[in-house]
Design a protein around this ligand. Structure first.
Ligand SMILES: C[S@@+](CC[C@H](N)C(=O)[O-])C[C@H]1O[C@@H](n2cnc3c(N)ncnc32)[C@H](O)[C@@H]1O
Length: 376
């Protein structure tokens, strides 16, 4: 599978779009907001900066894209106001893969600029927003042109299906029978291949950013991760297990071929914090200022929330809502492998399976938030 060509969030603002189904990710941006503010205060510490290069990597489309940019600008504004300093000219680059719906972003820009001027004053006329299409697992910007990098809910996507699971023609070489991600039944070789691919990709990400950031430059990255060192636990990616169940049900009824399931592996990995710190230390260009893991439930709520489900129909409607949030993210990949015609049926079944699961469990995504500083 060519991830660069098939991975994109659902476009536009229709019912199954990412724009309409990204509350979980929006809440994650809000959770990391105080860490982003802290990093920007430290970055601007007692220094008058004439201009600042900022990048949001894996920006997608929809309201979250400009929400991250807004939070960063808001924090810079507050820091300058409190220190009675002029606001630097800002260059804000929004990056995603070339198949991203950049038109949606461009269409929202004039409203964004109007809001900036209205709420922050004329100093923010000098905020230059641009889009940069390309993979963040490689160079995107000139050397030492960035001061601050932000990325939310994106780095759990790998650059490719782990190398040892597919040959160069995209044909599966190791069988992960009936599964589409790491599962309790996966052979050890599958676990190793995923961990290796994450390490390789994340190291490349750090290497590329180390070239682009100025010494003392900062990054705040948040992405799905896990608390346990065991990647087969339910917190590690049970949404894929349930999706595989829906696919297998369809295979049993002859709607799709079982072989198609065996040959699909998600280009995704939820690392534990140890794997993240090992890669940062081995790459060597960044110091860890802060690393936190937080949990958010599948419906986007933080902390304890009652999962009491009062009726079957309530469970199903909650399951279908969760299925829509996952559909908005993974549909492009599944469509290219299983065909567009089975998508509605797949996600209807998936919603019911997720709804049933809510009777027994309080499923959550783990999230790693890491604040890094480029060594001088
Ligand atoms: C779930 S969305 C998150 C979007 C947004 N940051 C948010 O918080 O709502 C993940 C985004 O990462 C992008 N992405 C995945 N791999 C990427 C890569 N190698 N380079 C650039 N963007 C990538 C996807 O295309 C997608 O738009």
């Amino acid at each position: 599978m060519e991830v660069m060509q098939v991975l994109h969030m659902n476009r536009g603002n229709g019912e199954t779009s990412y724009a309409k189904n990204s509350t979980v990710q929006s809440n994650i941006i809000s959770i990391a907001k105080s860490i982003t503010e802290e990093a920007l205060i430290k970055l601007m510490n007692n220094t008058v900066m004439e201009s600042m290069g900022i990048a949001d990597l894996g920006c997608s489309s929809g309201p979250n894209c400009l929400l991250s940019a807004w939070n960063i600008i808001d924090a810079i504004h507050a820091t300058c106001r409190d220190a009675n300093r002029p606001i630097p000219e800002l260059s804000v680059a929004l990056n995603d893969l070339p198949t991203n719906d950049f038109n949606y972003i461009f269409a929202s820009l004039s409203e964004f600029h109007d809001k900036l001027e209205r709420e922050k004053g004329s100093g923010f006329r000098q905020c230059f927003v641009s889009a940069v299409a390309g993979s963040f697992y490689g160079r995107l910007f000139p050397r030492r042109s960035l001061h601050f990098v932000h990325s939310s809910s994106s780095l759990h996507w790998l650059s490719q299906v782990p190398i040892d699971l597919e040959n160069e023609n995209g044909i599966a070489t190791v069988t992960n029978k009936g599964k589409i991600y790491i599962s309790k039944t996966s052979p050890q070789s599958v676990l190793k291949a995923y961990a290796f691919q994450f390490h390789k990709d994340f190291s490349e990400f750090l290497r590329s950013r180390s070239e682009e950031l100025v010494p003392g430059g900062r990054m705040v990255l948040s992405f799905i991760g896990r608390n346990s060192s065991d990647p087969t636990t339910e917190e590690s990616g049970y949404q894929w297990e349930l999706l595989a169940q829906a696919l297998m049900d369809m295979a049993k009824e002859g709607i799709i071929e079982e072989e198609k399931i065996d040959t699909f592996n998600a280009p995704y990995y939820a690392p534990c914090s140890g794997e993240v710190t090992v890669a940062i230390e081995a790459e060597g260009s960044f110091g860890v200022d802060r690393l936190e893991t937080v949990e958010i439930d599948w419906e986007g709520c933080l902390g304890e929330k009652s999962y009491d489900v009062k009726s079957k129909s309530e469970a199903i409607s909650r399951g279908l809502r969760v299925a829509n949030t996952i559909r908005a993210v993974v549909e492009s990949m599944l469509e290219s492998h299983f065909g567009e015609n089975v998508m509605d049926e797949l996600f209807r079944r998936y919603g019911e399976i997720v709804g049933d699961y809510f009777y027994e469990r309080r499923p959550r995504y783990g999230n790693i938030i890491v604040s890094l500083v480029r060594k001088g």
